[in-house]
Design a protein around this ligand. Structure first.
Ligand code: UD1
Length: 427
């Protein structure tokens, strides 16, 4: 199995290109199920989750052609199955995103339940309830969601009890081919949801309230859609992770291909901790974010994870690693997932001083981290270990990095280009 060997203590320098967002790309791949024409997706991150989703589409009968780096053409005119099997769904919870599009286009589908997840129970009840509200007849049997809507879905008012990102995208896609008007109340406002809505709007679907908590969609009554080529938005979580890499090593780095407002909640915290940042736009309007090293000891911070535009849960672990280098007690409160502190034990192996009380972690700094062998437990937790290893004295080995490969494109190459010492080894 591959592992990373990281020699800590090097200052980083230079530019890093931010890839397309995995969490935006996955629903866009699902959206291809609504396409009349060949669906052209650019700026896809070349990560394992995208390959897995491509496999899922292929199993359903789609033709997925890899063109240049990050470009796929997807043709869904040859779909012959509407069953998303357990073997794929268990690898990637986001497979649930095929539920809405398959049901609205074909009038039936079977999607395996995602099953357990390392960061908590993560049920899909809100997806199921919403599809029922749109007129689907759904039973859960043998580990599968078996859904029928023989005469198509019917627009309705959906009120989400909890804000759900993939749940909102699923309903948006289902509603696009439903009959009549769907209103989503308490919709997610994440940039990944916004992109799905904008792509549908550019394709002629009537959709209002994009980026707000109330979205309204007029469906096409099962008429499939002609899409324009799409460029996936930059990955705000990858960007945040590299900002933390620069911050934890107190380096001067530049992140190329950023959307300013998408990273603002993280930048506010970085400024509180003591970093200066500056945005620059080139003649093509590509945004670069420059991070400057802090000139004073880093200040402790308080973070509460919330839905967008609040501080993202997917950045909580990375800021915890950074907090180990801040002076005093930092507090991180996780409000979205009940079991998202698994990186704590591993950070402690590197010397971090962290205590947990319910959903609040207290990080006492500054601590000198010392290289050790640690184990990745989920995608973002793993990146926190990489960050800690960048500043730890000596050599760290990070095992089970298949978690990292799910969501970070060419991680060790990008870090090494910045001057880090990271090796991918196998044993
Ligand atoms: C998405 C992101 C993930 C991120 C999360 C929160 C993708 C592919 N993944 O996950 O990286 O951490 O948003 O920003 O975009 N819930 C229910 N029932 C449901 C659905 C969700 O109770 O049917 C709960 C979840 O357990 C969680 C909360 O709602 O407590 C938010 O989850 P949700 O926004 O749905 O997360 P995902 O869309 O799975």
């Amino acid at each position: 199995m591959d592992y990373l060997e990281i020699e800590g203590g090097y200052i980083l320098q230079g530019k890093v290109n931010i890839s397309g967002a995995k969490n935006a790309a996955l629903p866009l791949l699902a959206l291809s199920l609504l396409a009349k024409n060949s669906f052209e997706l650019y700026n896809l991150p070349e990560v394992a989750d995208i390959t897995t989703f491509g496999k899922l589409l292929t199993m359903l009968g789609a033709t997925v052609t890899s063109n240049n780096y990050g470009h796929r053409s997807i043709n869904t005119s040859s779909i012959h199955s509407t069953k998303a099997i357990y073997d794929i769904v268990r690898k990637m919870r986001a497979s649930i995103l095929v539920l809405g599009p398959l049901l609205s286009r074909f009038g039936h589908c079977e999607v395996s339940l995602p099953g357990g997840c390392a960061i908590g129970a993560r049920p899909v009840d809100l997806h199921i309830q919403a599809m029922r509200k749109l007129g689907a007849d759904i039973e859960v049997r043998g580990g599968y969601i078996i859904a029928h809507a023989r005469d198509g879905l019917q627009g309705a008012d959906i009120v989400f009890d909890k804000i759900t990102v993939t749940g909102t995208s699923n309903v948006v896609m289902a509603a696009a081919l439903a009959k009549g008007k769907t209103r989503i109340i308490n919709a997610a406002k994440e940039p990944e949801v916004v992109q799905i809505c904008e792509v549908l709007q550019q394709a002629g679907v009537h959709i209002e309230g994009i980026g707000t908590s109330e979205i309204e969609i007029i469906g096409s009554d099962r008429e499939i859609i002609e899409f324009k080529p799409i460029r996936v938005i930059p990955d705000r979580i990858e960007a945040g992770t590299y900002l933390c890499a620069g911050a934890i090593t107190n380096s001067h780095i530049m992140l190329v291909n950023i959307i300013e407002e998408h990273v603002e909640s993280m930048n506010i915290k970085l400024r509180e901790i003591g970093f200066d940042m500056q945005y620059q736009y080139d003649c093509n309007n590509i945004c670069t974010l420059e991070l400057f090293p802090a000139t004073q000891p880093l200040k402790a911070c308080r973070i509460t994870t919330t839905e967008y535009p609040g501080f993202p849960t997917d950045m909580q672990a990375q800021f915890m690693a950074l907090s180990t280098q801040c002076e005093g007690a930092s507090f991180i409160k996780e409000t979205l997932f009940e079991n998202r502190f698994m990186h704590v034990n591993e950070l402690q192996r590197l010397g971090a001083n962290i205590t947990i009380d319910g959903n609040i972690a207290q990080i006492n700094g500054k601590t000198e981290l010392i290289g050790a062998e640690v184990m990745a437990t989920d995608l973002r937790a793993s990146s926190a270990l990489v960050l800690a290893a960048l500043v730890a004295k000596g050599v760290s080995k990070i095992h089970r990095i298949y978690h990292l490969d799910r969501g970070y494109e060419r991680l060790e190459e990008k870090l090494n280009l910045l001057g880090a010492r990271v090796k991918r080894l196998n044993k």
